[in-house]
Design a protein around this ligand. Sequence first.
Ligand SMILES: CCCCC/C=C\C/C=C\C/C=C\CCCCC(=O)SCCNC(=O)CCNC(=O)[C@H](O)C(C)(C)COP(=O)(O)OP(=O)(O)OC[C@H]1O[C@@H](n2cnc3c(N)ncnc32)[C@H](O)[C@@H]1OP(=O)(O)O
Ligand SMILES: Cc1cc2nc3c(=O)[nH]c(=O)nc-3n(C[C@H](O)[C@H](O)[C@H](O)COP(=O)(O)OP(=O)(O)OC[C@H]3O[C@@H](n4cnc5c(N)ncnc54)[C@H](O)[C@@H]3O)c2cc1C
Length: 670
Amino acid sequence: MSSKKEINEDLVNERRKCNFNIQEVTHIIDGGVENTLQRKKIEDVALNGGASLDDVPEECMNLRERYENALRKSCVYANILRNELLEITGIENFGTPVIRRTGDAFFKDISPFMLHLGMFVPTIMGQCTAEQQGIWLPKALDMQIIGAYAQTELGHGTFIRGLETTATYDPKTKEFILYSPTITSYKWWAGGLGRTANHCIVVAQLYTQGKCHGVHPFIVQIRDLDTHMPLPGIKVGEIGPRMGFNTADNGFLGFNHFRIPRMNMMMKNAQVLEDGTYVKVARHGKLTYGTMVFVRVTLVNEASFNLSKAVTIAVRYSAVRRQSELRPGSAEPQILDYPTQQHKLFICIATAHAFQLTANWLWHTFTVVQAEMRKGNIDTLPELHALSSCLKAVSTSDAAACIEQCRFACGGHGYMMSSNLPYLYSFVAATRTYEGDYTVLLLQTARYLVKAWEQAEAKKIVTPTVAYLNRCFDTNEKVAWTNSPEGIIKSFQAIAAGKISLCVKNIRQRIKTGMDYEDAWLMTTVQLVSAAEAHCRSMILDTYWNEMQRLTKTSSDNVKMVLYQLTTLYLVYWALEKSGDLLRYTSITEGDIDLLQKEYEDLLVKIRPNAVGLVDAFDLRDEILRSTLGSYDGRVYERLMEEVQKNPLNKVPVDPSFQKYLKPFMKSKI
Ligand SMILES: CCCCC/C=C\C/C=C\C/C=C\CCCCC(=O)SCCNC(=O)CCNC(=O)[C@H](O)C(C)(C)COP(=O)(O)OP(=O)(O)OC[C@H]1O[C@@H](n2cnc3c(N)ncnc32)[C@H](O)[C@@H]1OP(=O)(O)O
Ligand SMILES: Cc1cc2nc3c(=O)[nH]c(=O)nc-3n(C[C@H](O)[C@H](O)[C@H](O)COP(=O)(O)OP(=O)(O)OC[C@H]3O[C@@H](n4cnc5c(N)ncnc54)[C@H](O)[C@@H]3O)c2cc1C
């Protein structure tokens, strides 16, 4: 056993083998040297200010203790956030992922303030008039009020137009009356709502002058600011234990003719005048869904970050762990030496890079569209919606699958909560569902793709992200296969175009047989989801390859080489995964697929010596990783043992339940 301060010998050797400059790669992932310095500064301030590592692991506490502990830490963390971190980033960047990431040093599960910061504040910013922002924003940023985002109901999450909560305007008192008419109309799921929030955004059907105008957001005080008692007319509570998010106090909420002032309707996109006249301000009907688009964009970043944590844990552990023998009597190899283990893990490193670069690109696109919308141009919103929908769906789904693979890669110890892999998995698994379910979002993208196909068919120029449709439109022949990064990307575009084309053909054929459009669409949805996924994969491959080329232009040779190997691994991996589609839509042959397989296996061998260096380049501090298996020093077994000492069950040699149950049971006669 190594002494406390020592770094595991295998990890030392791995780091010695690494042939590239780790810092250079860190800068690329962070988006430049300046960003790395800023991130480190933020981490220093956030973590030195009192990152509360718990004496008792969160998972060993009961529900109440876990909530109380999470709230205690949230207050410590929020104080650092508002007193110190916002000064570094500027208030306009309060939601920067770097700040959000420091939170993981405090919470293994999740903070009850997460939705306040992640959705309540952004909704005030996005849905309120300047005047309303002046009232709510300072209080929310200073956390004098704490909010949740209550949209989903017991009966409806996906179909927002089907929400049942009503907000009926009363011109006599100039108030809205909130009402939950049915059990299914109860708000359900909102994070922070159950125990913590005293305010929340409520999405409700707006009625005025006897007419329903659809769903709109309202800001509602639900608890007394002093006593925290629910206000009369409010029924609120926690929805109960779930697969993850157990310290987020997800809540339910019902209204019994609860009155709020007229000005609590968030009025940037639509207004109700004092006399009850409804005025539509926005030029696009779906701008009330703006917070969801924002969060979907940020979730691609979340997918990358959480995956980078999981794969850092799994690769370091795989360098430390030795198991089996390659030949009788030989020393046990590091499990990282097994090609099957490399197959599980290297694609996860590449996927984290691919999503990070895609997330950066998507964020840039989002800010450009926002700027256009401020000028009154909403033309680019549908493309952003289509993009953010599919990228959110695919990145969260792939990240969850990869994190689970990282857990498999860690064998039994990966199943321990102290590895942090179960927390990471349950957190990311939820992201596939919330903020728009995977299938539902891909079908939103499919709507856009079908329209784009029809435009291409009519010889109109389509938007940039589907420009390949113009090129692919006339090809009845299979696209010629070339085994190069560009060739793979082009082939994936051909797959996407081929699938969209087939969907359109099938919808039309079904209509010809007498089906109406809705039924024809419905019957084609399995293919539409597959087409949208294919489109999304072609986008990720294209963005990853081109961005990495751009970002490594001035890099040192070895950095260029290792990142080239990783990017190529990603492209080849997906070509192999989708070989059936390639056979269908390109001229690829079985022989070409054999060559791809060989190339893939060669790439695993080439990447192997740099594997630990590559995960070190994510530069994740131990406080943020929070894993017995993944710490920088590789003291895996020591940490597992140390964790055992913190388990309350081990505080006494004999459990009191022995006398109570086990002894009487053993002594009882059958
Ligand atoms: C310290 C800082 C902290 C930072 C934190 C960082 C990260 C994390 C942050 C927070 C995350 C933490 C926790 C989050 C918890 C989760 C919170 C939630 O889940 S909130 C609830 C979210 N709910 C959903 O996402 C519901 C999904 N459903 C929908 O979005 C919609 O209902 C729909 C499926 C899109 C269908 O809507 P609708 O029926 O109204 O529309 P359609 O008839 O299908 O389409 C009509 C038309 O409109 C277009 N469209 C739809 N949506 C949008 C949009 N958002 N923007 C633009 N356009 C849109 C659609 O494409 C159609 O167009 P067309 O084809 O041209 O007619
Ligand atoms: C951890 C967590 C936190 C959350 N936090 C919040 C929060 O803070 N605030 C909030 O308002 N909400 C929150 N939610 C709710 C979340 O946004 C919804 O659960 C999510 O949008 C999915 O909606 P649903 O539950 O109605 O699923 P459903 O729509 O009922 O989905 C069930 C199944 O039906 C399928 N399906 C549904 N509609 C269609 C369709 N049109 N076509 C094809 N298939 C379809 C789906 O693909 C899925 O397989 C949270 C959820 C979770 C899990």
